[in-house]
Ligand binder design. Structure first.
Ligand code: ATP
Ligand code: MG
Length: 468
C-alpha cells in the first residue's frame, strides 16, 4: 500500500477526499450530471484508490440517478457500453467516465448478468449490489457528501477485502467476483476476510458463465501487482486454477531437483513476482515458463530431469493464451520467451551460432529473455541467486552485432524488387522466402552480403543452376 493509512473515521475520510486533486473536467462532468436536482457520486475504484493514495485509474467510476438516455442527452460523446444494465461511457476531453444508473439487481441465472435490473433513486441500494465493501463507498465532491453503508472505510483502513452481504450468495451471482477479489488482493496488497476467502472457491459450475476475455483482463491486471503471487495463491487455494488455467494447476506440488527449493508452481509464481512489473509479457512468460515440466519429468539417478520442457511448455502456453483470447502478437512474444528460456551460452559458440540464435529469438526479444532468466534464477530458492553468464553473452552479442552487416532482410545488399526482377516473380510470399534464404546464407558468411554475389545467387536460381 502506498502513502499513509487511509482514515477509518468518516469525517477524516471526507476531508481527505475533499482535498483530493480531482481533475477539473471530471468535476465539471459531475456538475452537469447533477444539474436540475439530480445526484451523481464517484464510486468504486475511483473513491477507493483516492483514499489509498494510489494513482488515479484510467476511467472514473460514477453512479447517478440519471437513466442512460438522460446521460447521453447531457454530453457530446457518449458510448453505450452496457445500456441494458444502465452503463454508458462519457468521453469528455480530459476525463473518461463510466457512468452507471443507480440500480438493484436480481436473478443471475447465467452467473454473470442479472436477469432483471431495476433503476432506483436510492444510492445505498446501488452500493448494496457492488462486490466489496471497499468498492461500495460513494463520494460527491461537489456537495462533500460521503456514503459508507457497509463499513468500507474501516475495511480499507484495516487492509481487508470483504464481500458486501453474504459472500457465498454474492459469488454465486457472478463468478467473476472471486477473480476480482484475487486481483485486488494482489494489486492493493490487502488480505481477504475469512468468510469471503472461504467462499472464493464455492461458485461451482457457475464458472463456465464467465467470458475468457474478462478472465484475461483480470489476470493481466493481477500481473501488474508488485507481487502477483498473492492473487495467484488465492486462486490456487480456491481451486479456481483448474477451471481457468488447468496447465498451471498441473504444476502444483510437482517436485523438482536439488537446484530448486520449491515445487514447479511456487517457483513459477515467484518467478512472476521477480519479473519486471512494467513488462507484462515477461511477467506472463515467467508465470508460464515451466508449464512443460509436469509432462516431461523423469527420474534419473535419483534426480528429477525435465528434458524438452521448454518446447512442450511453449505449446501449452500457446494453448492457454489462445484460450484466454490473448491478441496474437502478445501471445507469440510470450510463447517465444517460454520456448527459448533454457538458452545455454558457451564461449565456444561460433559467431554464426550467435547470429542464428539472435535470429531465432528475435533481436528485440533478447532483453526480455534476459529479464526472464534473471527472474527464473532468483526464484530458485530463498537466496535469490543471480544468473550466470548473461553479461558474457551480452558482450558477445554486442561484438557480433558490430561485426555483422546483415541482421534482418532490410540489411541485405539486394531487396524484394531485385528478387522479383531476376526471378520474374510477382509480389507475394515467395519473394520473402527467397530473401530469407539469402539472409540465411549471409548469416553463415557475412562476406557473402554483396550485391554482385547475391544477384548471382538469384540468377543461378532463375536458370535452375542453383546448387543449393
Ligand atoms: P479498477 O481499479 O480496475 O477500475 P474497480 O473496482 O473500479 O477497479 P471497475 O471494473 O471499474 O473496477 O468497477 C467499478 C465498480 O463497480 C467496482 O468498484 C464495484 O463497486 C463495481 N463492480 C465492478 N464489477 C463488479 C462485479 N462483477 N460485481 C459487483 N460489483 C462490481
Ligand atoms: Mg474502476
Amino acid at each position: 500500500m502506498s502513502g499513509a493509512r487511509p482514515p477509518a473515521d468518516p469525517a477524516r475520510a471526507r476531508a481527505s477526499l475533499a482535498a483530493h486533486a480531482w481533475p477539473v473536467p471530471l468535476l465539471a462532468a459531475l456538475a452537469r450530471l447533477a444539474a436540475g436536482g439530480h445526484r451523481a457520486y464517484l464510486v468504486g475504484g475511483s473513491v477507493r484508490d483516492a483514499l489509498l493514495g494510489r494513482p488515479d485509474g484510467a476511467r472514473w467510476d460514477v453512479a447517478s440517478d440519471l437513466e442512460p438516455a438522460e446521460v447521453q442527452a447531457r454530453f457530446a460523446r457518449v458510448e453505450p457500453t452496457g445500456l441494458r444494465h444502465g452503463t454508458v461511457l462519457v468521453l469528455e476531453p480530459g476525463a473518461e467516465i463510466e457512468c452507471t444508473t443507480f440500480r438493484r439487481e436480481a436473478g443471475y441465472r447465467d452467473a454473470r448478468h442479472p436477469d432483471a435490473v431495476t433503476f432506483t433513486d436510492d444510492p445505498v441500494a446501488d452500493l448494496a449490489r457492488r462486490d466489496l465493501t471497499v468498492n461500495a463507498i460513494a463520494f460527491d465532491p461537489l456537495a462533500g457528501e460521503l456514503l459508507d453503508p457497509f463499513g468500507g472505510l474501516a475495511d480499507l483502513a484495516a487492509g481487508v477485502l470483504r464481500a458486501v452481504g453474504d459472500p457465498l450468495a454474492r459469488f454465486r451471482e457472478d463468478a467473476l467476483r472471486p477473480l476480482r477479489v484475487a486481483r485486488l488482493a494482489a494489486t492493493l496488497e490487502m488480505e481477504v476476510a475469512p468468510a469471503t476467502r472461504a467462499a472464493l472457491g464455492q461458485v461451482g459450475g457457475r464458472l463456465a458463465g464467465v467470458s475468457m476475455e474478462r478472465v484475461r483482463d483480470e489476470l493481466e491486471r493481477m500481473l501488474t501487482a508488485r507481487r502477483p503471487s498473492r492473487g495467484l495463491e488465492l486462486l490456487r487455494e480456491a481451486g479456481l486454477l483448474e477451471a481457468w488455467l488447468p496447465e498451471l494447476a498441473a504444476t502444483v506440488g510437482v517436485p523438482q531437483n536439488r537446484w530448486h527449493a520449491y515445487d514447479v508452481w511456487t517457483h513459477s509464481i515467484l518467478s512472476c513476482d521477480e519479473a519486471p512489473e512494467n513488462d507484462r509479457s515477461v511477467r506472463w512468460a515467467a508465470l508460464l515458463h515451466d508449464l512443460g515440466k509436469p509432462g516431461t519429468r523423469a527420474e534419473r539417478d535419483g534426480q528429477a530431469t525435465f528434458y524438452g520442457h521448454a518446447a512442450l511448455g511453449a505449446t501449452l502456453a500457446d494453448a492457454l493464451l489462445e484460450r484466454l483470447r490473448m491478441p496474437r502478437a502478445a501471445r507469440e512474444r510470450i510463447v517465444t520467451l517460454v520456448r527459448e528460456h533454457m538458452f545455454d551460452y558457451r564461449p565456444e559458440w561460433s559467431d554464426a551460432a550467435v547470429r542464428r540464435w539472435l535470429r531465432r529469438v528475435g533481436e528485440d526479444a533478447v532483453e526480455a529473455l534476459f529479464e526472464l532468466r534473471r527472474a527464473d534464477a532468483r526464484a530458485h530458492g530463498p537466496e535469490r541467486r543471480s544468473p550466470q553468464g548473461l553479461e558474457r553473452l551480452a558482450e558477445r552479442i554486442a561484438r557480433v552485432r558490430a561485426a555483422t552487416h546483415a541482421r534482418s532482410l532490410r540489411d541485405l545488399a539486394v531487396d524484394g524488387r531485385d528478387v522479383m526482377r531476376v526471378l520474374g516473380l510477382p509480389p507475394g510470399p515467395r519473394v520473402g522466402e527467397m530473401l530469407s534464404a539469402l539472409l540465411e546464407e549471409v548469416t553463415e558468411d557475412p562476406a557473402a552480403n554483396t550485391r554482385e554475389h547475391l544477384l548471382a545467387r538469384l540468377a543461378a536460381r532463375a536458370s535452375g543452376h542453383d546448387p543449393a
